[in-house]
Design a protein around this ligand. Structure first.
Ligand SMILES: NC(=O)c1ccc[n+]([C@@H]2O[C@H](COP(=O)([O-])OP(=O)(O)OC[C@H]3O[C@@H](n4cnc5c(N)ncnc54)[C@H](O)[C@@H]3O)[C@@H](O)[C@H]2O)c1
Length: 430
């Protein structure tokens, strides 16, 4: 099939290259000329495991091209995916201006039957608005709209494209359903379930899924405080809960809370949608509040154990989670800013997020190795649970720090071993 993806970010690029690898001819379109030029030269604009190899292969075999023109890019396409950003608006709702701008452009340049698919995370009712917007442009051809939310995890995005837990597709007629079946036939053959729903249910499924995962994180973070006050261990509590097959173990790790480009904004957008529809949103208000508090409480934990004024603090991990360079809404940003406001000097290391971090956090020293960040620092603060930090010898950490003090926001070390190694070791809920 001939497909195009408008918006070549984390979602658009991975989806585009994945669909090309399934055998389709794909054009990835973006208004960001620099991004498209980079991609044409084989330079990846984002860090994602396995992405470059698969982009290179599909470009070489002629199935994947890049363009800055919607008109050119969609002209031969049977299906057009909209995968532009839907950032948070001032009132918490999803800002749909990029989606609607793309819908206008599609409407103006529609030259034959196409299925227009919203892949961006959008509030219930948006696909209908996309449809109305396209019609308003006096579109010259027939079209259908569909909703196909994305569930990939940054850091495992390529793998998730090929082996998703499920693919959700919202359609309102058989013709669009048949087209979308063909798009994902290569994944369906591997036995992965494709769930066809009505369009509105599909839109709601995306927010419901992210909000549920965020709820689990905030739930366990809420209990971590009780563990701290009473002397319990949240990792044991999580394990004990998770062994119940009705609950399961995933997304039950206490820490400094969720960040990233999805959970924070999607929880807030669902809060707003529920409010606008006169529905109770109190659970999600609490989820959001617990998450914000978690960062503040971590800073309090640090500053009540060390007067950071004039001290050097080493930070390990800047990205909002491991295996990604994405800094959007990363807890490290708030934590570093708070420590700097209290007079701390910061030396930070992240395996891949440094370039993106530099655009957001200024006035700190970026180090190219974890050990470099520790040299003469007065404490180590762990903000992201990169695997490489887990295997570093305590003796190597201790020999570099001025004082043996670790604040572990991700519970990556065993507290007993850390204390045996001579550290004052403070973590979350243990
Ligand atoms: N990042 C994730 O892990 C993830 C996962 C699931 C869903 N989503 C959702 O997918 C959507 C995209 O997220 P992302 O992280 O890929 O965003 P992103 O910011 O990485 O990419 C969006 C891209 O769209 C481009 N764009 C904006 N307006 C355009 C236009 N008019 N024409 C062409 N291109 C345009 C931007 O230049 C940018 O490259 C969002 O709705 C997000 O909530 C993201």
């Amino acid at each position: 099939m001939r497909l195009s993806i408008i918006g070549t970010g984390y979602v658009g690029l991975v989806t585009g290259v994945g669909l090309a690898d399934l055998g389709h001819n794909v054009v990835c379109i973006d208004i960001d000329k620099e991004k498209i030029n980079k991609l044409k030269k084989g330079i990846m604009p984002i860090y994602e495991v396995g992405l470059k190899e698969i982009v290179d292969r599909n470009v070489k075999e002629g199935r994947l091209t890049f363009s800055t023109s919607i008109k050119e890019g969609i002209k031969d396409s049977e299906v057009v995916f909209i995968a532009v950003g839907t950032p948070q608006d001032e009132d918490g709702s999803a800002d749909l201006q990029y989606v609607m701008k793309v819908a206008e452009d599609i409407g103006k340049d529609l030259n034959g039957y196409k299925v227009i698919v919203t892949k961006s995370t959008v509030p219930v009712g948006t696909s209908e608005k996309v449809k109305d917007t396209i019609i308003k442009q006096d579109a010259k051809a027939e079209f259908d709209v569909a909703s196909n939310p994305e569930f990939l995890r940054e850091g495992a995005a390529v793998k998730d494209f090929f082996t998703p837990d499920r693919i959700v597709i919202g359609v309102d007629n058989e013709k669009a359903k048949e087209v979308m079946k063909k798009v994902y036939a290569g994944i369906e053959r591997t036995g992965k379930p494709i769930l066809f729903t009505d369009i509105k249910s599909s839109e709601i499924i995306k927010y419901a899924s992210n909000a549920m995962l965020a709820t689990r994180i905030s739930f366990v973070n809420m209990l971590s405080e009780l563990c701290e006050k009473q002397g319990g261990d949240i990792t044991q509590v999580s394990k004990g809960m998770g062994l119940d097959t009705r609950i399961g173990t995933r997304f039950l790790h206490a820490g400094i809370g969720y960040g990233g480009s999805c959970f924070p904004k999607d929880v807030k957008a669902l809060i707003k949608t529920l409010k606008d529809n006169g529905c109770d949103n109190s659970i999600l208000h609490s989820v959001d509040a617990v998450n914000s508090q978690q960062r503040k409480k971590f800073v309090d934990m640090i500053t009540s154990n060390i007067d950071v004024k004039g001290k050097t603090i080493a930070i390990w991990g800047l990205a909002f989670k491991p295996k990604t360079d994405d800094m959007r809404e990363a807890p490290s940003i708030d934590i570093i800013r708070s420590l700097m406001a209290k007079g701390a000097e910061i030396k930070a290391f992240d395996p891949v997020a440094e370039d993106n971090a530099k655009k957001i956090i200024e006035g700190i020293e970026y180090c190219s190795k974890p050990m470099e960040a520790l040299e003469k620092a007065d404490a180590l603060v762990i903000c992201t649970e990169w695997d490489e930090f887990r295997s570093i010898e305590f003796s190597d950490i201790k020999s570099r720090l001025s004082s043996p003090l670790i604040f572990d926001g991700r519970n990556i070390y065993d507290p007993i071993l850390a204390r045996k190694a001579g550290f004052r070791y403070l973590s979350i809920g243990r």
